[in-house]
Design a protein around this ligand. Structure first.
Ligand code: AMP
Ligand code: GLY
Length: 435
């Protein structure tokens, strides 16, 4: 079996490792945007190309007799690579273009939930001009969010108190979007604790993964600019210390209802990973956004905990056979921390050498935006490497992950607080204070 991975970050390294671990006979291929040395080691062939060029992807797949493709990042999904691969006889773990709109269009996701009576949205309205925006902002008051409708690599969302300090500033941002010919969503700001709940979906059945908490801010104490995610943790019971059982169940139910809504709307099922970004509020669990893929870093947590055969899971997603597939996760906690170049995310340094030789357990290390020049490991500009520890408790996993990441040498920094008891206690206290 020839399996293609599209993408080359730490998420795709985790996917490659999970496939590699399977005893099934297979060859792993990768179409990459950088020469990730961790993925390269596990692959039969890896090529750096423009992964958003569907024709190149299809050509490569035909030439190499690929039967199954796993799509890591959102852009190829939004470009319809799954539709094109399907026409060429290649099955995929990832949704079609029209279904990938669940991530690629914020208004599509909100409108779908409204249309199918899934009560998980804040108050919201979709706009193409400034007509009616002021009145809606007045209606929302102090807590509002303005979101560019399309993919923006996490930079399209502006939140009051964080990025916008007045209705005037919000109007200015709306104007900016309109100038570029864009659509936007204005919505109520939700207050609470965020978490990720990802589900495998084969078009008929959903299997939920453990809940994870990501940390978007660059610096300890949730300070500094937003990033792609600095690190994540998950608990041994697959819930999170600040959530109650009903809240995890609610998030699972929202994913199931959303997959069912997509099926009703388009007449066929969603195949791939459905990733709900949720927030537990005083008013229940609400949806912040949907992603149509694995989270990064969330994939490193769940795939490190996965006990079952990942090749089986991927083929079952493609063949709609999840119901008959064994899927279990270790009842252990996990902590993932990213080491990122100094200056990340605004002005990351590039081209400098780092050294990971002292990482004790190679299976804990995931390569992201790095390349090899001879024997030297070189920073390529974005999040560099991640470590994941799996232990009995979050605090034990935190200690191991922290120890390992501190052994990595180079002009890097990481968040020391992710998974620490004091951070988790703050999350619990926050939920207590708003419940
Ligand atoms: P998104 O790209 O939609 O995940 O938004 C990025 C971040 O903006 C989220 O992780 C939240 O922290 C924040 N955000 C988005 N929508 C809301 C909302 N309605 N209320 C509060 N924060 C939000
Ligand atoms: N962890 C955030 C994301 O993958 O979008």
């Amino acid at each position: 079996m020839n399996i293609l991975i599209i993408g080359s970050g730490a998420r795709e390294h985790a996917i490659a490792r999970a496939l590699h671990k399977s005893p099934k006979s297979k060859f792993i291929y990768c179409l990459a945007s950088n020469n990730n040395p961790g993925i390269k080691k596990l692959c039969y062939d890896m090529q750096v190309i423009d992964i958003n060029n569907n024709e190149l992807v299809v050509q490569y797949s035909k030439k190499n007799n690929i039967s199954l493709a796993i799509i890591g990042p959102e852009n190829p999904l939004a470009n319809g690579v799954v539709d094109m691969l399907g026409k060429a006889g290649v099955q995929a773990v990832g949704p079609t273009k029209e279904m990938a709109k669940i991530e690629a269009s914020k208004s599509f996701a909100r409108d779908l939930l409204l249309e199918y009576n899934i009560p998980a949205c804040p108050k919201y309205k979709v706009f193409k001009s400034t007509e009616g925006v002021k009145a809606f902002l007045t209606d929302l008051g102090e807590g509002f969010v303005v979101k560019y409708d399309g993919l923006a690599g996490g930079k399209g969302v502006k939140v009051s108190g964080d990025h916008l300090n007045s209705h005037e500033e919000a109007m200015k941002y709306c104007d900016e979007i309109i100038q570029k010919g864009g659509k936007f969503v204005v919505e109520e700001k939700l207050v609470g604790e965020e978490f990720s709940l990802m589900s495998f979906s084969d078009g008929k059945t959903l299997i939920h993964m453990p809940a994870i908490q990501d940390h978007k801010r660059a610096l300890d104490g949730d300070l500094g600019p937003n990033t792609g995610g600095m690190g994540t943790y998950s608990a041994a019971n697959h819930s999170l210390p600040f959530l109650n059982k009903n809240e995890v169940k609610k998030a699972q139910e929202i994913n199931s209802l959303t997959a069912a809504a997509l099926k009703k709307k388009f007449g066929y099922g969603y195949k791939g990973i459905l990733y709900g970004g949720f927030i537990a509020t005083s008013n229940g669990v609400k949806l912040i956004e949907y992603n149509a893929r694995f989270g990064d870093p969330e994939a490193m947590n769940v795939l490190s905990l996965l006990q079952s055969d990942f090749v089986d899971i991927c083929t079952s997603i493609a063949n709609s056979n999840l119901k008959n597939t064994d899927i279990s996760f270790l009842n252990k906690a996990s902590v993932c921390k990213y080491a990122v170049p100094n200056g990340y995310p605004n002005k990351p340094i590039k081209g400098e050498e780092i050294n990971v030789d002292n990482v004790f357990e190679p299976d804990m290390l995931f390569y992201a935006s790095v390349t090899k020049e001879g024997d030297r490991l070189i920073l390529a500009g974005s999040r560099a490497v991640a470590v994941v520890a799996v232990e009995e408790s979050i605090s034990e996993a935190e200690k191991v992950a922290e120890n390992e990441i501190c052994s990595i040498k180079g002009p890097l920094f990481h968040r020391k607080d992710i998974g620490k008891e004091s951070l988790i206690q703050n999350r619990i206290n926050h939920m207590k204070s708003i419940r």
